[in-house]
Design a protein around this ligand. Structure first.
Ligand code: NAD
Ligand code: UFG
Length: 341
């Protein structure tokens, strides 16, 4: 198949690119490089021995996007491109709505105009909003109590896509709700390397290991969980990437929605222990009050994806930590730091 990946040089897009190239699909990666580097394309080629096409375009630049579609033809689009920093979205809501919602509308319009009506969209568990449930299932109501403009932008795009599919039966759309992606390709050649200061647990652990942040602050030890710290459903990014291949193989008319998660919760303390086990060294950390907006548990019920997509996670948090160490060892900045063996 001839596939377009928007946000294709980003963290999840680059891992999906590897899986798809390994299956001999033809790929074009489109990105504005606002949160990724063009060197990712060479790394993808090094891993797969195949070269995807790369094009630098901003989804907000409608004329360039239309020119691009005029000269290319695709069977399917996987739409990863978007801004994703929750905290930043609270400070700059208009930038987030413009980039994520308007960028997506521009893409869907261009696709529609050129008769490309197969789409996989990167959504998030955040659309379920803040609520205390053991596990999230796809039939639960979405859109209530979402904690950030980022999260609401994902909800809005999901709604737009439902309306689009209702307006035209030719659309085949899969909404994939990711839980917490971690880890990287076992080669250590690609991984999460965000520009700016991260807020998420794993990128912070990596910065502490590199000596760029003095310690990890564990937010909240008095949650109603076994060890008092929050539980999240961490999913290895290679498993997540394979979820896109599965979704692609089972695309059907209308909108289908799937949770991509493991179904297992891991606590913040367990994450620290798993990293320490992989590295063989203690990770500097301290305990701090709860982070505003956090909830005790966000865990997927992945039964629908298991059943309908014939997909399930196969890699563990332990695998993700091992692969993260490999990635860190290959990062030039890490070589000077004696933390990383
Ligand atoms: P990422 O930032 O690494 O990748 C996103 C890519 O999109 C970046 O390379 C960025 O440069 C590009 N981009 C942003 N705005 C663009 C625009 N207007 N035009 C063209 N390119 C643009 O993020 P990621 O972790 O790979 O996430 C991919 C998708 O998955 C995002 O939509 C994100 O919201 C979603 N998601 C991520 C997580 C997570 O924890 N990583 C969880 C749930 C959902
Ligand atoms: N945490 C710390 N210290 C830190 C950073 C995080 O203790 O320095 C804790 C958080 O309090 C939370 C856990 O680590 O308990 C995971 O936090 P992340 O920020 O990595 O992830 P969240 O689950 O809070 O949020 C992410 C996305 C959301 C999305 C959600 C889906 O940022 O948009 O995953 O599960 F909704």
């Amino acid at each position: 198949m001839n596939i377009l990946l928007t946000g294709g040089t980003g963290y999840i897009g680059s891992h999906a690119a590897v899986e798809l190239l390994n299956l001999s699909h033809d790929l074009t990666l489109l990105d504005n490089l606002s949160n990724s580097k063009p060197t990712v394309v060479e790394k993808i080629a090094e891993i797969t021995k195949k070269s995807p096409e790369f094009i630098k375009i901003d989804l907000l630049d409608e004329p360039s996007l239309n020119d691009f579609f005029q000269n290319h033809s695709f069977d399917l689009v996987i739409h990863f491109a978007g801004k994703k920093a929750v905290g930043e979205s609270v400070e700059k809501p208009l930038e987030y709505y413009e980039n994520n919602v308007k960028g997506s509308i521009n893409l869907f319009k261009a696709m529609s105009r050129h008769g490309i009506k197969k789409l996989i969209f990167s959504s998030s568990a955040t659309v379920y909003g803040m609520r205390d449930v053991e596990k999230f299932t796809e039939d639960m109501e979405t859109g209530m109590n979402i904690s950030s403009p980022y999260g609401r932008s994902k909800f809005m795009i999901e709604e737009i896509l439902k309306d689009l599919a209702a307006s035209d039966p030719d659309w085949q759309i899969s909404l994939l709700r990711y839980f917490n992606p971690i880890g990287n390709h076992p080669s250590g050649l690609i991984g999460e390397d965000p520009n700016g200061t991260p807020n998420n647990l794993m990128p912070i652990i990596m910065k502490v290991a590199k000596g760029e942040i003095p310690e990890l602050k564990i937010y909240g030890t008095d949650y109603d969980t076994e060890d008092g710290t929050c539980l999240r459903d961490y999913i290895h990014v290679v498993d997540l990437a394979k979820g896109h291949v599965a979704a692609m193989n089972y695309l059907s008319p209308g909108v289908s929605i799937y949770n991509l998660g493991s179904g297992v919760g891991t606590s913040v303390k367990e994450m620290v222990e798993a990293f320490e086990f992989a590295s063989g060294k203690p990770l500097p950390h301290s305990f701090a009050p709860r982070r505003p907006g956090d909830i005790a548990r966000i865990i997927a019920d992945p039964a629908k994806a298991n059943r309908e997509l014939n997909w399930r996670t196969t890699l563990s948090v332990k695998d993700a930590m091992k692969d993260t160490l490999t990635f860190l060892k290959k990062s030039p900045a890490s070589r000077e730091n004696n933390y990383i063996p």
